[in-house]
Design a protein. Structure first.
Length: 143
């Protein structure tokens, strides 16, 4: 994404991790919907692309690593257009969502706790409407 270079994304993810009280480094890959479909099928058993996936480290690799986040550039661009903000903002929204999953939140089972935290951090970090908030329900987004 032209508006969000690697250094800017690293700075944002560092801020998001600090705000979410997540310790350790987070690797972020921005990739195609085709690759996201492959990852979603392999790790979640769902044969379709998704916007963001989070991968906590396995015990043997946890030394200083909080986890990995994969983001679909294609879906981010489409969502940004629909929502009326820049694709760079959408990548940040998706990165924040992924960071919150790595911090232990799970909107599919937490009675809105992740949605409230995403909303709070989104405002703190100056982002437009978040994934859970714009869906209108707590279990609408994929991990």
């Amino acid at each position: 994404m032209a508006q969000l270079n690697e250094a800017a994304l690293v700075r944002f993810v560092t801020k998001a991790c600090k705000a979410a009280k997540l310790k350790g480094s987070v690797n972020v890959v921005v990739t195609s919907s085709r690759e996201m479909r492959s990852l979603n099928r392999r790790f979640r058993g769902q044969d379709k692309p998704t916007d963001v996936l989070s991968f906590p480290p396995t015990a043997e690799f946890a030394n200083g690593l909080a986890g990995d986040v994969a983001i679909s550039q294609d879906i981010a661009a489409k969502n940004a257009q629909v929502m009326g903000h820049a694709p760079a903002e959408e990548i940040k929204i998706l990165a924040l969502h992924g960071v919150l999953h790595l911090a232990g939140y799970d909107h599919e089972s937490d009675d809105g706790e992740m949605g409230r935290e995403e909303n709070r951090l989104r405002r703190k970090l100056g982002l437009p409407v978040g994934l859970i908030e714009r869906s209108g329900k707590t279990s609408a987004r994929k991990r």
